[in-house]
Ligand binder design. Structure first.
Ligand SMILES: Cc1cc2nc3c(=O)[nH]c(=O)nc-3n(C[C@H](O)[C@H](O)[C@H](O)COP(=O)(O)O)c2cc1C
Length: 174
Protein backbone atom coordinates (compact mmCIF):
# COMPACT_ATOMS: atom_id res chain seq x y z
CA UNK A 1 0.00 0.00 0.00
CA UNK A 2 1.40 3.40 -0.89
CA UNK A 3 2.64 5.70 1.86
CA UNK A 4 0.35 8.39 0.47
CA UNK A 5 -2.74 6.20 0.95
CA UNK A 6 -1.75 5.25 4.50
CA UNK A 7 -1.22 8.91 5.37
CA UNK A 8 -4.57 9.87 3.89
CA UNK A 9 -6.39 7.25 5.97
CA UNK A 10 -4.84 8.53 9.17
CA UNK A 11 -5.54 12.10 8.11
CA UNK A 12 -9.21 11.26 7.54
CA UNK A 13 -9.45 9.55 10.95
CA UNK A 14 -8.09 12.58 12.77
CA UNK A 15 -9.95 15.17 10.71
CA UNK A 16 -13.44 13.60 10.57
CA UNK A 17 -15.99 15.04 12.97
CA UNK A 18 -19.75 14.60 13.08
CA UNK A 19 -21.48 17.11 10.80
CA UNK A 20 -25.00 18.10 11.72
CA UNK A 21 -25.63 20.99 9.31
CA UNK A 22 -25.31 20.71 5.56
CA UNK A 23 -25.25 22.84 2.45
CA UNK A 24 -28.36 22.16 0.34
CA UNK A 25 -26.56 20.62 -2.69
CA UNK A 26 -26.92 16.89 -3.07
CA UNK A 27 -23.73 14.88 -3.49
CA UNK A 28 -23.36 13.02 -6.79
CA UNK A 29 -24.89 9.54 -6.76
CA UNK A 30 -21.50 8.05 -7.75
CA UNK A 31 -19.95 9.50 -4.59
CA UNK A 32 -22.77 8.14 -2.49
CA UNK A 33 -22.31 4.68 -4.00
CA UNK A 34 -18.55 4.96 -3.56
CA UNK A 35 -18.82 5.59 0.18
CA UNK A 36 -21.24 2.69 0.56
CA UNK A 37 -18.77 0.56 -1.37
CA UNK A 38 -16.10 1.60 1.14
CA UNK A 39 -18.54 0.38 3.79
CA UNK A 40 -18.90 -3.07 2.29
CA UNK A 41 -15.12 -3.49 2.31
CA UNK A 42 -15.19 -3.46 6.10
CA UNK A 43 -14.31 -6.75 7.76
CA UNK A 44 -17.12 -9.05 8.92
CA UNK A 45 -17.08 -12.36 10.81
CA UNK A 46 -16.79 -15.24 8.30
CA UNK A 47 -16.99 -12.48 5.69
CA UNK A 48 -20.78 -12.76 6.05
CA UNK A 49 -21.32 -9.15 4.90
CA UNK A 50 -24.59 -8.78 6.81
CA UNK A 51 -25.06 -5.05 6.10
CA UNK A 52 -27.83 -3.69 3.90
CA UNK A 53 -28.55 -0.06 2.99
CA UNK A 54 -31.46 2.14 2.08
CA UNK A 55 -30.45 5.34 0.29
CA UNK A 56 -32.97 8.11 0.87
CA UNK A 57 -33.08 11.13 -1.44
CA UNK A 58 -36.84 11.63 -1.22
CA UNK A 59 -37.93 14.78 0.62
CA UNK A 60 -41.21 13.11 1.48
CA UNK A 61 -39.50 10.14 3.18
CA UNK A 62 -37.03 12.45 4.95
CA UNK A 63 -39.94 14.47 6.26
CA UNK A 64 -41.65 11.32 7.58
CA UNK A 65 -38.43 10.07 9.24
CA UNK A 66 -37.74 13.46 10.78
CA UNK A 67 -40.90 13.11 12.87
CA UNK A 68 -39.41 10.05 14.60
CA UNK A 69 -36.35 11.75 16.07
CA UNK A 70 -35.19 14.61 18.24
CA UNK A 71 -32.80 15.34 15.36
CA UNK A 72 -35.62 16.27 13.02
CA UNK A 73 -33.91 19.32 11.49
CA UNK A 74 -30.77 17.36 10.67
CA UNK A 75 -32.80 14.53 9.13
CA UNK A 76 -35.00 16.86 7.10
CA UNK A 77 -32.14 19.00 5.86
CA UNK A 78 -29.57 16.31 5.14
CA UNK A 79 -29.24 16.14 1.34
CA UNK A 80 -29.24 12.35 1.55
CA UNK A 81 -29.68 9.76 4.27
CA UNK A 82 -28.37 6.23 4.44
CA UNK A 83 -30.27 3.71 6.54
CA UNK A 84 -27.93 0.95 7.67
CA UNK A 85 -29.46 -2.42 8.50
CA UNK A 86 -28.43 -5.97 9.22
CA UNK A 87 -30.21 -8.69 7.28
CA UNK A 88 -31.22 -11.15 9.99
CA UNK A 89 -30.84 -14.24 7.86
CA UNK A 90 -27.27 -13.23 6.99
CA UNK A 91 -26.35 -12.83 10.68
CA UNK A 92 -24.53 -15.49 12.68
CA UNK A 93 -23.59 -13.86 16.00
CA UNK A 94 -25.30 -10.85 17.56
CA UNK A 95 -22.21 -9.15 18.94
CA UNK A 96 -19.94 -9.87 16.02
CA UNK A 97 -22.50 -8.78 13.45
CA UNK A 98 -22.98 -5.51 15.29
CA UNK A 99 -19.25 -5.03 15.40
CA UNK A 100 -19.14 -5.60 11.64
CA UNK A 101 -21.88 -3.01 11.17
CA UNK A 102 -19.86 -0.52 13.23
CA UNK A 103 -16.79 -1.12 11.10
CA UNK A 104 -18.90 -0.68 7.97
CA UNK A 105 -20.38 2.59 9.19
CA UNK A 106 -16.98 3.93 10.17
CA UNK A 107 -15.63 3.09 6.69
CA UNK A 108 -18.55 4.98 5.15
CA UNK A 109 -17.91 8.02 7.33
CA UNK A 110 -14.18 8.10 6.63
CA UNK A 111 -14.67 7.59 2.90
CA UNK A 112 -17.27 10.37 2.90
CA UNK A 113 -14.84 12.68 4.65
CA UNK A 114 -12.16 11.93 2.09
CA UNK A 115 -14.61 13.00 -0.67
CA UNK A 116 -15.39 16.27 1.13
CA UNK A 117 -18.69 15.02 2.54
CA UNK A 118 -19.79 15.34 6.13
CA UNK A 119 -21.76 12.67 7.97
CA UNK A 120 -23.53 12.18 11.24
CA UNK A 121 -24.34 8.80 12.75
CA UNK A 122 -27.89 9.05 14.13
CA UNK A 123 -28.56 6.32 16.67
CA UNK A 124 -31.29 8.07 18.58
CA UNK A 125 -33.91 7.18 15.96
CA UNK A 126 -33.47 3.47 16.78
CA UNK A 127 -36.09 3.85 19.51
CA UNK A 128 -38.54 4.10 16.58
CA UNK A 129 -36.98 1.28 14.60
CA UNK A 130 -40.29 -0.35 13.65
CA UNK A 131 -41.77 2.90 12.38
CA UNK A 132 -38.61 3.59 10.34
CA UNK A 133 -38.83 0.16 8.72
CA UNK A 134 -42.50 0.72 7.97
CA UNK A 135 -41.78 4.05 6.26
CA UNK A 136 -38.94 2.49 4.25
CA UNK A 137 -41.06 -0.51 3.28
CA UNK A 138 -38.79 -3.04 5.00
CA UNK A 139 -40.11 -6.18 6.63
CA UNK A 140 -39.89 -5.78 10.41
CA UNK A 141 -38.72 -9.35 11.03
CA UNK A 142 -36.12 -9.47 8.25
CA UNK A 143 -33.96 -6.49 9.10
CA UNK A 144 -32.42 -4.98 12.19
CA UNK A 145 -31.74 -1.27 12.09
CA UNK A 146 -28.20 -0.13 13.03
CA UNK A 147 -28.15 3.57 12.25
CA UNK A 148 -29.33 6.37 10.07
CA UNK A 149 -26.50 8.38 8.50
CA UNK A 150 -26.98 11.98 7.44
CA UNK A 151 -24.72 12.84 4.50
CA UNK A 152 -23.95 16.09 2.69
CA UNK A 153 -21.50 18.89 2.17
CA UNK A 154 -20.64 20.39 5.57
CA UNK A 155 -21.98 23.71 6.72
CA UNK A 156 -21.24 23.23 10.38
CA UNK A 157 -19.33 25.77 12.43
CA UNK A 158 -20.25 24.28 15.79
CA UNK A 159 -17.62 23.31 18.31
CA UNK A 160 -16.11 19.91 17.59
CA UNK A 161 -16.05 17.15 20.17
CA UNK A 162 -12.59 16.38 21.54
CA UNK A 163 -11.13 13.28 23.12
CA UNK A 164 -9.71 12.52 26.53
CA UNK A 165 -5.94 12.10 26.60
CA UNK A 166 -4.65 8.84 25.14
CA UNK A 167 -3.09 7.87 28.45
CA UNK A 168 -6.51 7.67 30.13
CA UNK A 169 -7.53 4.78 27.86
CA UNK A 170 -4.50 2.57 28.17
CA UNK A 171 -5.04 0.26 31.10
CA UNK A 172 -1.66 -1.43 30.90
CA UNK A 173 1.37 -1.64 28.73
CA UNK A 174 3.33 -4.75 29.57
C1 LIG B 1 -23.60 4.57 18.16
C2 LIG B 1 -23.62 6.06 17.90
C3 LIG B 1 -24.81 6.75 17.97
C4 LIG B 1 -24.84 8.12 17.74
N1 LIG B 1 -26.05 8.76 17.73
C5 LIG B 1 -26.09 10.09 17.49
C6 LIG B 1 -27.35 10.76 17.40
O1 LIG B 1 -28.41 10.16 17.54
N2 LIG B 1 -27.34 12.09 17.17
C7 LIG B 1 -26.18 12.79 16.97
O2 LIG B 1 -26.24 14.00 16.75
N3 LIG B 1 -24.97 12.18 17.02
C8 LIG B 1 -24.90 10.85 17.27
N4 LIG B 1 -23.69 10.21 17.26
C9 LIG B 1 -22.47 10.97 17.02
C10 LIG B 1 -21.70 11.22 18.34
O3 LIG B 1 -22.37 12.15 19.12
C11 LIG B 1 -20.28 11.70 17.98
O4 LIG B 1 -19.63 10.74 17.19
C12 LIG B 1 -19.45 11.99 19.23
O5 LIG B 1 -20.00 13.06 19.95
C13 LIG B 1 -18.01 12.34 18.87
O6 LIG B 1 -17.96 13.43 18.00
P1 LIG B 1 -17.26 13.35 16.57
O7 LIG B 1 -17.98 12.30 15.76
O8 LIG B 1 -17.44 14.71 15.99
O9 LIG B 1 -15.83 12.99 16.77
C14 LIG B 1 -23.64 8.83 17.47
C15 LIG B 1 -22.44 8.12 17.38
C16 LIG B 1 -22.42 6.76 17.56
C17 LIG B 1 -21.13 6.01 17.38
Amino acid sequence: MSEELVTSVIKAIFERRSIRRFRPEKPPREDLLKIIEAGIWAPSGHNNQPWRFVVIWSEDIKEKLSKLSHYSQMIKKAPVLIGVFLEKKAMYHQIKDHQSAGACIQNIMLAAHSLGLGTCWIGEILRNEDRVKEILGLHKEEYEMCALLAVGYPDDKSKRAGRNPLSTFILKEM
